[in-house]
Design a protein around this ligand. Structure first.
Ligand code: GLR
Ligand code: MG
Length: 429
């Protein structure tokens, strides 16, 4: 068996995305992703997926060149190779990632976000070469299916008139009744039993009313609210007091560890984060200050599946819970998330996934949710197959774009509907 990497292919694509609202603005009609393919000397291939914005592409290209000739089994070596790739300081100076929705932006985090796709691709190829599923390479699954939550968004019926976009069949959701209707559609289509509402869009009282309406429609079901740090400490404490009886956790109510620590000190509602603990360097302060009770891991920016396992082990040590964050992603990443989640013993919350919002994919067969769960694939590698024709079609869309959509910008998308829109300063309420 020859595990030497002989070819690495990078394909940036644009995938359709509905008009989902968040505190920064609204999703653009198409969002960039990068698909990574690796191939061994024996012709075994592996696939990975990560963010596709320009700042990731400019690292992925030199990184890919350095991988040829190395072994797909040398996963630790990926980090050393990444360190050799220079990050343009303009990419991290005074920059926040997607308006801060994914926390701090550092050179290391950019590198890790690229490494993650290659690590997944190498694990996929290695698994196929050895005849083992990725979860086996990670030490073995401790569950046969991984539970996901319905990721509810305020949304418009469609993208603004005149904007090229695909239509979706979810309808608008701009008030409590719309959110409950969306939640019902999620349960009918996918069987989800826990619900997360993306908040920070409307004044807190409206979002509190939406969560109350969900609690009435789905009594006893786990509920979460995530305003992406849009609230002051005082507002966070007020919402926590009002919704304490129905929330499984409150996610990033206020921005940054000091504010989260203040909120945590004043409420018994567990706080979760994918914004103030997004790197290993941020763990010590947040955990010692008791600022978070649940960390939402994300293999994309934590640097892959094995780093996710390390994060989970640290959380276990400190008695902090683990769940999983998601940005817009396709089936390759859902498969990767499912494999690693299957190996984490202390995963006590349903994971987030945007996948139901994505009508397009680059797989020959989409992954499916049964009863809100994805069955852990036992086929070799990730257990997915790339649809090359669809990959080419979505790449063609990326090639044809004039550059406006190649970098995610939710505020720019909002300005199409509201030319006066500026990214709100924080705290917004
Ligand atoms: O849990 C979160 O904070 C997210 O999923 C961040 C995302 O960027 C989400 O807000 C989105 O896609 O609009
Ligand atoms: Mg969040």
């Amino acid at each position: 068996m020859n595990l030497t990497l002989t070819d690495v292919r990078l394909t940036p694509i644009l995938v359709a995305d509905p008009p989902l609202l968040n505190t920064q603005g609204v999703h653009q009609p198409y969002t960039p992703r990068l698909i990574v393919e690796v191939e061994t000397a024996d012709g075994v291939t592996g696939v990975g997926e990560t963010y596709g914005d320009g700042k990731y592409l400019e690292l992925a290209r030199p990184f890919a060149e350095k991988l040829k000739g190395r072994s797909v089994s040398d996963l630790n070596g990926l980090f050393a190779v990444a360190d050799e790739v220079a990050v343009d300081s303009a990419r991290v100076r005074n920059q926040v990632d997607v308006g801060g929705l994914r926390g701090v932006q550092t050179a290391d985090k950019l590198r890790l976000s690229v490494v993650s796709a290659f690590e997944v691709a190498c694990l996929d190829a290695l698994g196929k070469a050895l005849g083992l599923p990725v979860h086996a390479l990670l030490g073995g699954k401790v569950r046969d299916a991984v539970e996901y939550s319905a990721y509810l968004f305020y949304k418009w019926e469609g993208h603004p008139a005149g904007v090229a976009a695909e239509r979706d069949d979810w309808g608008a959701a701009l008030d409590p009744a719309g959110i409950v209707a969306q939640a019902r559609t999620f349960t009918e289509r996918y069987g989800f039993t826990s619900f997360k509402l993306k908040g920070g869009v409307f004044p807190p009282d409206e979002e509190v009313a939406a969560v109350r309406a969900l609690a009435e429609a789905f009594p006893g079901h786990p509920l979460r609210l995530d305003p992406n740090g849009a609230w002051s400490v005082a507002t966070s404490l007020r919402v926590a007091a009002e919704l304490g009886d129905v929330l499984e956790y409150l996610e990033d109510p206020a921005l940054g560890t000091p504010a989260m620590a203040e909120v945590a000190a004043g409420t018994g509602v567990p706080l979760a984060t994918n914004m103030c603990v997004t790197t290993f360097a941020e763990i010590a302060e947040a955990f010692t200050r008791g600022a978070v009770q649940v960390v939402l891991s994300d293999h994309h920016y934590w640097g892959g599946l094995r780093n996710t396992q390390q994060l989970a082990a640290i959380c276990r040590t400190f008695g902090v819970g683990v769940s999983m964050h998601s940005n817009t992603h396709l089936g390759i990443s859902l498969a990767a998330m499912t494999h690693v989640a299957a190996t984490v013993p202390n995963l006590h919350h349903a994971c987030d996934s945007h996948y139901p919002w994505q009508s397009e994919d680059v797989l020959t067969r989409r992954l499916t949710f049964e009863g809100g769960r994805v069955a852990v694939p036992d086929a070799p590698g990730l257990g997915v197959e790339l649809d090359h024709a669809e990959l080419r079609r979505l790449h063609r869309r990326w090639l044809d774009d004039d550059g406006a959509l190649r970098d995610r910008d939710d505020a720019a998308a909002m300005r199409v509907a509201d030319p006066a829109w500026v990214t709100p300063s924080v705290p917004r309420w």
